[in-house]
Design a protein around this ligand. Structure first.
Ligand code: SAH
Ligand code: SF4
Ligand code: F3S
Length: 442
């Protein structure tokens, strides 16, 4: 190893979109000559790409930034940068600076592309750089020069969100919804497939409203055009908002083999009054109708969801309605969250915030029920052969791992390296959300 080598380390919190933003950050840093490293202690530049969707996401970042104080004192020329959704909240950059005066660069979600300048500038000066910009409506259409998740590749199709669900901070920190041009998206996917990527995931806070901001084609058409690109690859997309989910989209999923038979369709609650207070703009019945339409066109579709418990005003009856809906839909799996009050959102001002002990009891009950459904979905695969895209080797289990079309993690043994290949795996055992099997020629 050359002693002149300089290293970077990125810590990412939050959603898939943030994971993908971190690839863009990695591209910027490697463009500056830095090399990725696993250990923070070894790094000359550390970037925290933060999230603020819930209070614990914020606290997690604060804890980790706090832990760097000693390291920075011992290694003065190390550059610490904090960016992402947390810093973009009103007045957060200043309070971050007060709390962590040794942080060198604080930037927001709308000036990520300036990180290169900030780092160059910072090398020559002592004072921290604190710069948060507001959304100017522009769309990042550039290349993503460094991808870290082969054989999977993420492709943004929209940025921001216009939905203003009353609990959610995203519209405030990511700005208004804007769509990329379809020709640029298609060109990017074509290039990725030619480079050998095997799974393309289209990303947006609400992919179904692609085009609302003036793009040339609706989402279902974009999706079908992506699936029509030549090559051996899979397509996924997230996230779909139920209010914009259409029968056309269900048909496109059903008739295109490359589009995985799974759909993440966050329901949030099974109670109409809570859904209305959340500004979700559908009822439980509407949601169930969409599920029915989806299953009509894609019979074996694995439907997954997000659910929040303890939203302000949630009664025992409202909560029971959520449990009922979980049973009716029979989700393949679900992310479950306790409502977290976010400063600046409408729900933060609502009366009847739910006491912590009530939310805790509800989330435990919900998790138990969701787990039952998850286990029963997994059990259905035992004895079946599923196609798995191998993502790599798991050192802990000493097995290869990958994902099935339905999004289940599958572990299997192999004598040669299968990373990046589609393999048929006969499932012998189900273990919660993951499956274990063996390669077959079937
Ligand atoms: N755009 C996506 C998801 C965004 S965030 C969508 O609309 O579905 C992912 C999930 O975090 C949400 O679906 C929601 O379930 C949860 N979430 C968002 N804000 C939250 C809050 N304040 N408290 C708890 N969970 C929250
Ligand atoms: Fe948040 Fe709602 Fe937008 Fe999703 S659709 S990002 S939950 S405001
Ligand atoms: Fe994602 Fe968290 Fe921001 S969920 S969009 S990183 S607030």
């Amino acid at each position: 190893m050359d002693t002149m080598d300089k290293f970077y380390h990125i810590v990412t919190y939050g959603c898939q979109m943030n994971v993908h933003e971190s690839e863009k950050i990695a591209g910027i840093l490697s463009g500056l000559g830095y090399i990725a490293c696993d250990k923070m202690e070894q790094a000359d530049v550390v970037v925290f790409n933060t999230c603020c969707i819930r209070e614990n996401a914020e606290n997690h970042a604060y804890g980790n930034i706090g832990m760097l104080k000693k390291l920075k004192a011992a290694k003065r020329d190390m550059i610490i940068a904090v960016g992402g959704c947390l810093t973009q909240q009103i007045n957060k950059a200043d309070s971050l600076h007060e709390k962590f005066p040794y942080v060198d660069i604080i930037f927001g979600t709308h000036n990520l592309n300036k990180l290169k300048e900030y780092i160059i500038e910072k090398r020559g000066r002592k004072k921290p750089i604190i710069e948060i910009e507001q959304c100017d409506g522009s769309v990042f259409e550039g290349d993503v020069p460094l991808r870290t998740s082969y054989p999977n590749a993420w492709v943004n199709i929209t940025y921001g969100c216009n939905n203003f669900c009353t609990y959610c901070i995203v519209p405030y920190v990511r700005g208004r919804e804007r769509s990329r041009k379809s020709e640029n998206i298609l060109a990017e996917v074509g290039k990725l497939v030619a480079e050998g990527y095997k799974e393309i995931t289209l990303l947006g806070q609400n992919v179904n409203s692609y085009g609302n901001g003036g793009a040339d084609i609706p989402f279902y058409e974009l999706l079908e055009r992506v699936a029509n690109i030549d090559g051996n690859f899979r397509v996924r997309f997230m996230t779909s908002h139920p209010k914009d989910f259409s029968e056309e989209l269900a048909k496109v999923i059903g008739r295109n083999k490359k589009i995985c038979n799974c759909l993440h369709l966050p329901v949030q609650s099974g109670s109409d009054s809570i859904l209305s207070a959340m500004n979700r703009r559908y009822t439980a019945r509407d949601y169930l109708n969409k599920v029915e339409i989806l299953r009509k066109h894609v019979p074996d579709c694995a439907i997954t969801t997000d659910i929040i418990v303890g939203f302000p005003g949630e009664t025992e009856e409202d909560f029971k309605a959520t449990l009922e809906l979980v049973n009716k839909v029979d989700f393949a799996s679900a992310f479950t969250f306790v409502y977290s009050k976010r400063e600046g959102t409408k729900a933060a001002l609502m009366p009847n915030q739910i006491p912590e002990d009530v939310s805790k009891r509800r989330i435990m009950e919900l998790v138990d029920l969701v787990n039952e459904h998850t286990r029963s979905h997994s059990a259905r695969f035992v004895g079946q052969t599923v196609e798995v895209l191998c993502e790599g080797y798991d050192d802990k289990r000493s097995l290869y791992l990958g994902r099935s079309e339905h999004g289940r993690m599958v572990y299997f043994d192999s004598i040669d390296d299968k990373k990046g290949q589609f393999v048929n795996v006969k499932i012998n055992e189900a273990n919660g959300i993951s499956l274990i099997g063996e390669i077959t020629e079937e």
